[in-house]
Design a protein around this ligand. Structure first.
Ligand code: BGC
Length: 408
């Protein structure tokens, strides 16, 4: 295996902060397999209702549920020192109030397994999927949703005391409110549901903020010193000259309102893939010749550094920043390396300028279920979905090599 030689150029004399976490991320539904008690599983098997096209069900996914020890071994051997993974609420509480002790032990085992391997666990409590019963009773819009979620968080708190440093309550609430806007009967549904045309659903936003705060309180009641936050999809809104006011109004309900909440948290997760240029009438469509990734986003590596700077400008200097997702859907692994090189350069420059960045967690550790299909490959590690054999890609050796070097 030839490991590509090129390294990100960090600003002169810059050293990554001591203890910097360098690793990769997954989410439970996308890798575990057979998450049969979740709302997504139901959606995958009920004729594809809803706005997100599902071309194939998640099925066994990549069987991370059983193969997590092998996957964590790989991440350690590649050179990483951190792993972000999630706890699946639908497994912990498959029916209301029915807490599975066995599943709590499963995730306790994963947390311990990560720590034993020198991988600092960054744990997410909710990553897009809910138990089917939670969705059926109104999801986040049910009057007591925040309490129900906080109750789950309090149950899980039992296993978070053993080496977990950072806990994320909800992944990308700003994406959830956009999807809810599309599905809500009173939502302002566009004819063509492109991301740019989606309208945030204010009642969902309010409910998600309530749920986040309730969960933070519930976990802190058990572990006052755990660092709590949530992760936000950073869309790197860039205003065209003259459209600054319109851009600010557009960005507020789609991102900034959630970052504003983070001002009271210990940390915030930045999840960056691309940028969105805004004119007076909203997002500017891409030109024909704009370079794109496999999922159609603009290929724009500087997004990460800009996302971190924009986030820091809202949350202020007292809230730590963790890059909890950054990556690219690509068939061509050299493109992943080139993209990530650019992203890390932007990140290093932001860190050198004094922004408190504590982690870079690449999306994703493994090729996985990209919400409706296995076609879009974000992984550092390829998985054969018939044999479940794992094969690290050159990008995995390359990025792991950088991680090892930084932490040696
Ligand atoms: C989500 C992931 C997803 C990734 C790539 C993020 O918005 O948190 O679940 O796979 O983007 O699309």
């Amino acid at each position: 295996m030839t490991i590509p030689a090129h390294r990100p150029q960090t600003p002169d004399g810059f050293d990554w902060p001591p203890g910097f976490l360098f690793g990769a991320s997954t989410s439970p539904h996308q890798v575990e397999g057979n998450n049969v008690s979740s709302d997504w599983w139901v959606r995958e098997h009920s004729g594809n209702p809803g706005p997100i096209p599902i071309t194939e069900p998640s099925g066994d996914a990549v069987d991370h549920f059983h193969r997590w020890p092998e996957d964590m071994d790989l991440l350690r051997d590649l050179g990483f020192n951190a792993y972000r993974f999630g706890i699946e609420w639908a497994r912990i509480e498959p029916e209301p109030g029915n807490i599975s002790r066995a599943m709590l032990e499963h995730y306790r085992g994963m947390i311990r397994g990560a720590v034993e391997r020198g991988l600092t666990p960054v744990v997410t409590l909710h990553h897009f999927t809910s138990p089917h019963w939670f969705a059926a009773r109104g999801g986040w819009l049910a009057p007591d949703a925040a309490d129900v979620f906080a109750n789950y968080a309090a149950v899980v708190a039992e296993i978070l005391g053993e080496g977990v440093e950072y806990v994320a309550t909800i992944n990308e609430p700003n994406m959830i409110t956009l999807v809810n806007g599309l599905m809500a009967p009173d939502g302002d549904t566009p004819d063509v549901p492109t991301m740019a045309a989606l309208v945030p659903h204010q009642p969902s936003t309010d409910a998600l903020i309530r749920a986040h705060k309730a969960a933070v309180k519930a976990v802190k009641a058990v572990h006052p010193h755990l660092k709590l936050g949530w992760t936000i999809a950073s869309q790197v809104f860039q205003a065209e000259p003259g459209a600054e006011a319109e851009a600010a109004a557009y960005a507020w309900p789609r991102e900034k309102v959630f970052l504003d909440v983070s001002r009271d948290d210990d940390w915030v997760g930045v999840q960056s893939y691309s940028r969105t240029r805004l004119g007076k009438d909203g997002p500017i469509p891409h030109a024909e010749d704009t370079p794109r990734t496999l999922v159609g986003l603009e290929y724009y590596p500087p997004a990460l550094g800009e996302a971190v700077r924009q986030t820091a400008a809202v949350v202020g200097p007292d809230v730590a920043i963790l890059v909890t997702e950054n990556g690219i859907a690509a068939d061509d692994d050299t493109q992943r390396i080139a993209y990530t090189t650019g992203a890390l350069e932007g990140l290093a420059a932001a860190s050198a300028d004094g922004i408190d960045v504590r982690a870079y967690l690449h999306w994703s550790a493994l090729d996985n279920y990209e919400w409706g299909s296995y076609h879009f490959t974000f992984g550092l590690i390829h998985v054969d979905r018939a044999s479940f054999a794992r094969t690290p890609k050159p990008s995995a050796y390359w990025l792991g090599g950088i991680a090892r070097e930084l932490n040696s």
